[in-house]
Design a protein around this ligand. Structure first.
Ligand code: URA
Length: 432
């Protein structure tokens, strides 16, 4: 087969066969395709799209471009993927909850992207935690503790690494078929039995409109189910920060408090318990949603989920007593941000709040940036909360007074208040 001919075929809008897609993915992986050819192909895919069969073929070829984990266990292998948001620390609680409910969870996670935080960056705030171990270590920790929240290894879906870097450099990121193949090639390489997707929509999500979120959720579930992994997607609200914190160490602390029961913010709990229940039912670890919810409540109340989290942290190099004594980096300056006039929070530009955390040093501006793990926001007032001179919007955690002042100004701009309380809004918006 000749690469320029296959690229021309897609350029002209024809449908590629499974063999042609496998040939192209092989060339992306082993260098048989030049950078120019990968770029041209990404643009052809972007402009002409891929039909349902092509999407499935592209995803499975990219999954098979590296090693695919094999488990052969007496319990199902499960995972979750979120399309990303601000304050989204759900993975930190969900993996140990599912493990405590009887699943194995090899959760391959990513770093922060744009204004959103990344699960790996949050975990890197735990002293000693090795977030990118070798595949054998991931396997050992999953077998020993039930879960491992870790980064992508070099042998997992290598075609995606090259294609994603090319897309980033060629203006071809925002394509549903390419996003689907990219996300799912990595998830399917974990050797999963079932998967739950958290597709976020709203001012802090990459898919701001519900219509786009639903289209992405549908495309993702079609391909994942087509590849033989029982998959369900929930569409959840990202019109405000999830939970009460945003910033790496602060979010880890919130996750520990959630697991131990010290504090459990309502919307965060709703998203976490709903995702957990959905995938427990998909994996037949629970007969229905009510039974699944009861299991989730049980492992939280008994402390079993907190115990799994502590064991996983210790097995990956963190402190043995992390849950009992969560020592984490902290910022030297803390400062409440309060509006001058009393009122109710009615809306939030959540992307701007994510960028406040970036401005404080809590997310990367460039890929080689060092993250400041201790900075961020805590006690974030949710939509509907009463705020005013004595009721802050949030507490800023900063390295210095000037960055704290900048963050305060930006946060005040990002939040709208009114004399009237807003209507209640659900956090779960749909299911695909
Ligand atoms: N995350 C991924 O892994 N790939 C994409 O294309 C977009 C988000």
């Amino acid at each position: 087969m000749l690469a320029p001919e296959v690229i021309r075929k897609k350029r002209d809008g024809a449908t590629l066969t499974r063999e042609e897609i496998a040939f192209l993915v092989g060339g992306i992986t082993d260098g048989g395709l030049s950078d120019a050819q990968v770029g041209a192909l990404a643009m052809a895919f972007f402009l002409k799209g891929l039909d349902a069969e092509e999407r499935l073929n592209l995803t499975t070829a990219m999954r098979d471009s590296g090693s695919v984990m094999q488990w052969d266990l007496d319990r199902p292998v499960l995972d979750k993927h979120s399309t990303g948001g601000v304050g989204d620390k759900v993975s930190l609680m969900l993996a140990p909850i599912l493990a405590a409910c009887g699943a194995a969870v090899p959760m391959i996670s990513g770093r922060g992207l744009g204004h959103t935080g990344g699960t790996l960056d949050k975990l890197d705030s735990i002293p000693g935690y090795v977030s990118t171990p070798a595949t054998e270590v991931i396997r050992r920790v999953v077998l020993q503790t039930g879960c491992a929240i870790v980064g992508q290894t070099s042998d997992l879906a290598p075609a995606d690494r090259r294609l994603y870097a090319t897309r980033d450099a060629t203006g071809t990121v925002e394509s549903i078929p390419l996003i689907v193949a990219s996300i799912l090639s990595k998830k399917l390489a974990e050797g999963l039995d079932a998967l739950v997707l958290d597709v976020k929509t709203g001012s802090g999500a990459f898919m701001a409109s519900q219509e786009d979120a639903r289209a992405l959720a549908t495309a993702l579930t079609e391909v994942a189910n087509g590849a033989g992994v029982n998959t369900v997607a929930l569409i959840t609200d990202m019109n405000e920060v999830l939970g009460t914190t945003a910033g790496n160490a602060l979010e880890v602390r919130e996750a520990v408090d959630y697991l131990t029961g010290a504090a459990r913010e309502t919307r965060l709990h709703e998203v976490t318990a709903s995702l957990a229940s959905a995938v427990l039912v998909q994996a037949r670890l629970a007969s229905d949603e009510d039974a699944a919810r009861a299991q989730v409540d049980e492992v939280l109340e008994s402390g079993a989920a907190a115990e799994v989290f502590g064991s996983m942290v210790a097995a990956l190099g963190g402190p043995a007593d992390f849950v009992e004594n969560p020592t984490l980096p902290s910022a030297s300056v803390t400062r409440p941000v309060a509006p001058q006039r009393p009122g109710y929070v009615t809306s939030v530009d959540t992307r701007a709040v994510g960028l406040v955390v970036t401005g404080l040093g809590g997310n990367r501006r460039r890929e080689d940036d060092q993250i400041d793990y201790g900075v961020g926001l805590s006690r974030i007032a949710p939509i509907g909360a009463e705020v005013g001179p004595d009721r802050p919007l949030a507490i800023v955690h900063a390295r210095g007074d000037s960055s704290a002042a900048e963050a305060a100004t930006a946060l005040l701009k990002a939040v709208r208040t009114s004399d009237e309380p807003p209507a209640e809004r659900p956090v779960l918006l749909g299911r695909v």
